[in-house]
Design a protein around this ligand. Structure first.
Ligand code: GTP
Ligand code: MG
Length: 412
């Protein structure tokens, strides 16, 4: 028989211990084919939650307790709990479950069914058909929860169909824990950040994720531990994680550096212009951007093949030539456009095109051509991989093996 352990992290949940155990044991009666147990992970709660659990554990065979000396956050509690459940307790599956009964225990069998149907990680979702958040939540709380999830989906740009990234009601197989736990740094261990980071990593590993809808109900006893600070931190975490993912892709690094270069040029022009004639200021501004681009490309875009000090002068000249030629190319595109199609010059385009015209599309073509040119020459000439003349190891990929991971929905 396979074993599933419901891990419940607690901090000052004294009054919730008995009701939550009672509710879970009632559901366990109905579960077939699984041995079900409960593991509380308490951070030595000042209200003595662990004492209540310890008394219960002495009476009930299915109830276990793990005590942390210190309060180190939800993520650390879960990682310790999972380690104990999958290790000493021999679990095949672990549930993440809140002590406050916000999570409907009646849904446990649906989670198990989803796992049996092949899912590796099952999410209890409030935002899929059949799920909900409490009607009486204040507008700002609804917006924050929904908006937060929309933000995460937008920033991660994943099409896995995950509708609830922050849910704390989950079930996962041992394999998921073994693959994901090592990547969970202490920085990603507070509240929502742990949940988002864990799911992001599981998807990146290619695990199959399913969702089970449930109605989230507000706690009746005890106090919430998740504050707005947690929410803010997790949004920062999402943006940082996305940037790190994209940063694995060389073309993204190249484009990011190029964009900062444009900004540097604009700022430099503003500066030089105060002291110098326009033509000279313009030339110096371009050169300032070239130096900045060269430096950041060397430090970041091509950090895997940085230039040696004695190579720098020649490479800098090559870099200038490639960049200059790319500007020339763009000018030519603009000229051809002007003469052949009768468009105004590329560089006189307004910065904020409110109306997209053929001219704008033409400008985009010019810019893309210039970028392609630069990327090609930086790759093949300036930062040419040693001993790899001609072969293309250069265009890195995002490296998301989990792109094939889909999501299946379980029926209500
Ligand atoms: N061990 C441990 N448990 C924690 C910690 N922080 C929160 N918990 C528990 O994690 C679960 C979820 O925390 P809640 O405060 O209910 O968070 P929430 O459900 O998002 O917020 P509410 O809707 O306000 O209840 C509860 O069982 C808490 O007792 C912690 O630092 N350590
Ligand atoms: Mg709660």
């Amino acid at each position: 028989m396979r074993k599933a352990v419901v891990v419940i992290p607690t901090y000052n949940e004294r009054e919730n211990v008995i009701p939550v155990v009672r509710a879970l044991l009632a559901v366990f009666e109905e579960v077939e084919g699984w041995e079900m147990e409960i593991l509380f992970v308490d951070d030595t709660s000042p209200d003595g939650t662990f004492e209540v659990v310890a008394r219960l554990a002495a009476e009930q065979e299915a109830v276990h307790l793990l005590v942390n000396e210190e309060k180190a956050g939800l993520g650390v509690a879960y990682l310790k709990g999972m380690n104990h459940a999958f290790g000493k307790m021999g679990a095949n599956v672990v549930f993440e479950f809140d002590a406050d009964l916000s999570h409907d225990p009646a849904k446990l069998p649906a989670f198990l069914a989803a796992l049996e149907a092949g899912a590796d990680l099952v999410l209890g979702s409030r935002y899929t058909a059949g799920g909900s958040i409490p009607d009486d939540w204040r507008l700002h709380r609804k917006l924050l929860s929904r908006g937060g999830n929309a933000f995460i989906r937008l920033v991660f740009a994943r099409r896995d169909g995950v509708s609830d990234w922050t849910t704390g009601y989950r079930a996962l197989r041992r394999e998921v824990y073994e693959s994901v736990a090592p990547a969970m740094a202490t920085a990603t261990c507070s509240g929502y950040t742990f949940q988002i980071g864990f799911l992001h990593e599981a998807l990146a590993c290619g695990f199959r994720v399913a969702e089970v809808p449930f109605h989230f109900v507000d706690r009746e006893r005890g106090e919430s531990k998740l504050t707005s600070e947690y929410i803010f931190n997790s949004l920062i975490f999402v943006a940082r994680t996305r940037f790190r993912d994209l940063g694995r892709w060389r073309f993204f690094r190249f484009s990011a550096v190029g964009s900062t270069g444009a900004l540097v040029q604009l700022l430099a022009l503003n500066l030089w212009w105060r002291f110098l004639p326009y033509q000279l200021a313009f030339f110096l501004a371009v050169e300032t951007a070239v130096v900045s681009n060269f430096t950041f490309n060397n430090l970041w875009t091509f950090s895997d093949r940085p230039l040696r000090t004695r190579q720098l002068p020649l490479k800098f000249i090559q870099f200038n030539a490639a960049s200059g030629a790319s500007i020339g190319l763009q000018q030519m595109v603009a000229l051809v456009g002007q003469f052949a199609v009768g468009l105004f010059p590329l560089f006189s385009l307004p910065l904020l095109p409110f109306r997209v015209s053929t001219g704008h599309l033409y400008a985009v073509v010019g810019i893309l051509l210039g970028m392609a040119w630069n990327f090609f020459f930086y790759n093949r000439l300036v930062w040419r991989p040693s001993g790899l003349a001609g072969s293309d190891r250069s265009s890195g990929s995002v490296g998301r093996s989990g792109d094939g991971a889909g999501i299946e929905r379980s029926p209500e």
